[in-house]
Design a protein. Structure first.
Length: 200
């Protein structure tokens, strides 16, 4: 059995206002940088003695910036993993949530996550499949793994392990700088914790 930690990137200044998707130049805010330092210390305490074997991060700046202090705390090199990337939100990228609220396609996306897709983007099922490929690589026994990704990608991974449909995505909270733990083995796995946050 292997421990896998799913870490969401820390806060940034557009959080809750803009659908950033894969837009460039989205960096952690001051709050986000503080969150990631706390998270790094928490993971280092949690893994004291055994350490972790692998630290992978999505290609986005905000995930690299979140992974860097974790790597420093654990003595790990951050490796970029494209399959942990944010969902491709296509034509919606960079638009405000207030603006999107009036778009019927946006309403459908939030009501029918298993089948809908952003215009010019990817479905949540496609994102779930790619994060599932990453998890499958670490199903065998081995050192703990830390995967730094994005809210909906982590939700899709958790739903897959729990055996729930993607329409249940909004029943799971994945806050910035949170950590969710999985236990994986060949052919299966379980969710150990969801959305753990450590106070500063």
């Amino acid at each position: 059995m292997r421990q896998v930690f799913l870490v969401r990137h820390g806060s940034h200044d557009r959080l809750g206002r803009i659908l950033c998707g894969r837009m460039p130049g989205v960096s952690l805010s001051e709050t986000g940088r503080a969150e990631t330092q706390v998270l790094a210390r928490s993971l280092a305490r949690r893994l004291a003695g055994g350490g972790a074997g692998t630290l992978l991060a999505s290609p986005r700046d905000r995930t690299a910036e979140t992974a860097a202090p974790i790597g420093a705390a654990l003595g790990l090199t951050v490796e970029t993993e494209p399959d942990l990337d944010e969902i491709e939100t296509g034509a919606w990228t960079g638009r405000g949530f207030d603006e999107l609220a009036a778009d019927p396609l946006w309403v459908a996306w939030n009501a029918e996550r298993a089948t809908a897709r952003p215009p010019g983007g990817e479905s949540m099922a496609e994102a779930q499949a790619r994060v599932g490929r990453v998890l499958a690589r670490f199903a065998a026994d081995g050192a703990p793994v830390i995967l730094v990704s994005h809210g909906d990608v982590i939700r899709s991974a958790l739903l897959g392990i729990l055996g729930l449909g993607l329409e249940a995505y909004d029943r799971i909270v994945v806050d910035p700088a949170s950590c969710s733990e999985l236990a994986l083995w060949p052919g299966g796995g379980r969710v150990v914790s969801i959305n753990e946050r450590t106070a500063p």
